[in-house]
Design a protein around this ligand. Structure first.
Ligand SMILES: [Zn+2]
Length: 296
């Protein structure tokens, strides 16, 4: 078994187990985490789902895996929300869009960047996980798409959806609740560990850093940050994450300029001093370097 193959297997087992082998979903209810009186996070097996409730209806950010839809809707109702009126997909990955067909067929209006709709329509192959995403049925496709961003004026807040090009994928958006001072970053931020960056679908480490910088420019000391994966965070944690990404980028760029391959670069352990802080989440430093190196 080659080294690349072992890396793929270990990533598979850690990251997308539920997605890949369809782990049975237990019957437990999900308890939403309260961010403000009207904003909640539902964190379970997929990406973090953002929920904004109020008199104009429930606004959802991402919808995790399809088998969780019922539990997610029950969780929304447990905090006073309704079946979602609006859904925004932060990007196309199945751990953020798996519930689209269930919600869309139930009447939820779905919004996403142009590239997200196209990718969902076409289906995709995620090489890093040897995972095929089948094309999404029409009921699950975004009805409203945009190229740069859009704004919702609902539930007493202004909600800005802002596209960032070539960050985690080629279709990422993050969401800003202006009055509440809450930001859902989508997968531009993984809080506390090396992030998955989908270099086969337009993502890059440098683009992710640029995306983080745009988010930071809209953040103050009071901002609550909902990352795509990991616990709730704040500006300091986003700055630390940015610093880690920038450090990694500088070191890997140098190795690439010297002509090192991804495996040669990983063998030199250029992230050894930050491994204990960032390498015990989804990816070890070795795995992460191999993943992102093609787009350094
Ligand atoms: Zn993702």
């Amino acid at each position: 078994m080659g080294r690349k193959y072992r890396v793929v297997l270990s990533v598979l087992t850690v990251l997308f187990l539920g997605w890949v082998v369809a782990t049975p979903v237990d019957a437990d209810t999900i308890l939403p985490v309260r961010v403000t009186d009207h904003i909640f996070v539902i964190a379970d097996k997929g990406g973090n789902v953002g929920v904004f409730i109020g008199k104009d209806g429930t606004f959802l950010i991402d919808d995790s895996f399809a088998p969780l839809t019922e539990k997610i809707v029950a969780a929304i109702k447990s905090v006073g929300g309704d079946f979602p009126r609006f859904l925004i997909n932060t990007h196309f990955h199945g751990d953020h869009t798996g519930g689209n067909e269930n919600l869309g067929s139930g009447g939820t209006l779905i919004f996403a960047h142009d590239n997200v709709r196209q990718q969902l329509k076409d289906g995709a192959y995620l090489r890093a996980f040897d995972k095929k995403m089948v094309p999404t049925l029409p009921a699950g496709l975004p009805v409203v798409t945009f190229s740069e961003g859009l704004s919702f004026h609902i539930n007493g807040d202004t909600v800005r959806v802002i596209h960032v090009s070539h960050a985690h994928t080629d279709g990422d958006s993050f969401i800003v609740f202006e009055q509440a001072n809450v930001i859902h970053t989508g997968d531009i931020m993984f809080n506390g560990f090396y992030p998955f960056i989908d270099v086969d679908h337009g993502g890059s480490l440098l683009g992710t850093i640029q995306g983080v910088d745009i988010i930071l420019s809209l953040t103050d000391d009071e901002t609550v940050i909902i990352p795509g994966h990991g616990p709730l965070g704040d500006k300091v944690q986003l700055q630390q994450y940015r610093e880690m990404l920038w450090t990694a980028y500088g070191r890997l760029k140098k190795l690439k300029e010297k002509g090192k391959t991804a495996l040669e670069a990983a063998d030199l352990e250029p992230l050894a001093d930050i491994e204990s802080a960032w390498g015990d989440g989804m990816f070890s430093g070795d795995e992460w370097i191999e993943l992102i190196y093609p787009q350094i």
